[in-house]
Design a binder for this molecule. Sequence first.
Ligand code: SIN
Length: 333
Amino acid sequence: MSALLPRIVVLATGGTIAGSSANPASSAHYQAATVPVSQLVQAVPALGDVARIEAEQVAQVDSKDMMFGLWQTLAARVGFWAEQPDVAGIVITHGTDTLEETAMFLHLTQACPVPVVMTAAMRPSTSLSADGPLNMLDAVRVAACREAVGKGVLVVLNQQIHAARDVTKGHTSAVDAFVSPMAGPLGFVQDGYVRFAHAPSRVTVPRLAVPGDWPLVEVVASYAQPGRVAIDAMVAAGVKGFVVAAAGNGSVHETLAAALGDALAHGVAVVRSSRTGAGHVAIPVPPRPAGGVFVSAADLNPYKARVLLLLLLAADPALGRDSARLQDLFSQY
Ligand code: SIN
């Protein structure tokens, strides 16, 4: 290991990349988040040719169980390591299931003076053809690449580099599960060669604060004959914002629209995303529900839109009563 190599910190949070199974032929039946990061790093000797690795086990969770407390811890560890003068980049290993939400959270909150690169795996570490080792190596290569500076939080899997804001998990099990439906990948990693083909958008907007108190923000969906019981109950329970996984170009069933209109009149923020998986949701035009509009999430999917709404409402709870300003912010971020 050479002292001239860049120092890269690997922050591990669990997931399938740290998963193990008694049956290497099965990628479906395994335990996520069992293998310590020291072992994951040891399993990829080629890392030593690329960087001086420092590994920290921040958590060991299946990402389906992600909580805001872990996001706060992760943000603090990213902030700590990014300030160390000799750290060239940070890699975060994560489960694939909610990676896109954590990536969005970090994208919105971290200024990233050094590259912050998330990676994961679709197959557990003990699997035949495990994808974790190459993903880890490629993520470290990107984190050590000077061209990655200033591009915000990046996500590297399956030899592709994605922007955190754009990437989503688009398949239950394939190794090429991660896609950026509206923007495409930013670049590629091939045989150790890092190539950026595009610049990410919206990386220069001011970062948002990591909340101390998190407002209640929920995702609801529009579909045939929805009920309004759940929405009314959630408003009564103190929900401050809804993201609707709406049909098509942000269309909300009239029953749901009536319930959400009542919520809006009580100062609850309502944002329309689309359940289609791609496309920009039209900015609302009159006629509007009394007291405001159902804001467009632009091209953010419902789960990414929820992360943005969480952070915006935490910073300014009055936004639920100012849909014009909320729309401006969604158009900006
Ligand atoms: C997880 O998200 O932690 C489990 C699934 C995966 O990483 O693919």
